[in-house]
Design a protein around this ligand. Structure first.
Ligand SMILES: [Zn+2]
Length: 149
């Protein structure tokens, strides 16, 4: 059984692998029944993709799943989910989201909570450091990812 902290460590490893590839260091893991079903990481740079964020890449890697599986899943992500990923979580009825940190970016947490999703913020220092270092090194790339100039 993967605890929230263990699943976050898996997501963080994805984020770090993405950074090592020259990408944006955000990773995710989809946990179902205590098992990591799929992982993903932001692929804006690697694949030239504007839609493969950590969470959406993770959902894509998990493949087609029945609603009953999403309905007992937890999305674990190193960073507070953006509006796109928040929408994907709501679309598939994922009832629980574990977030590494929301200091460097605050996404759709309020919307998730308003729709009945349990949101757990672990405030993990390693996640904060990873994003702060990335944003300092690549501010233009980061702004591109969140749709800002
Ligand atoms: Zn996103």
């Amino acid at each position: 059984m993967a605890s929230d902290a263990e699943a976050l460590a898996v997501a963080l490893a994805e984020a770090r692998a993405g950074r090592a590839e020259g990408g944006i260091p955000i990773g995710a893991a989809l946990v179902v029944d205590g098992t990591v079903l799929a992982v993903g990481r932001n692929r804006r740079v690697q694949d030239g993709s504007p839609i493969l964020h950590g969470e959406t890449d993770c959902l894509a890697n998990a493949g087609r799943l029945p609603a009953s599986v999403y309905g007992r899943a937890t999305m674990v992500t190193t960073l507070s989910p953006c509006d796109m990923c928040t929408g994907a979580i709501l679309l598939y009825g994922i009832p629980r989201v574990v977030i590494g940190e929301n200091r460097t970016f605050y996404g759709g947490e309020d919307l998730l909570r308003s729709r009945g999703v349990e949101v757990v913020v672990l405030d993990d220092p390693a996640c904060v450091t990873l994003m702060n270092d990335f944003i300092a090194a690549e501010p233009t790339l980061w702004n591109e990812d969140i749709g800002e100039e």
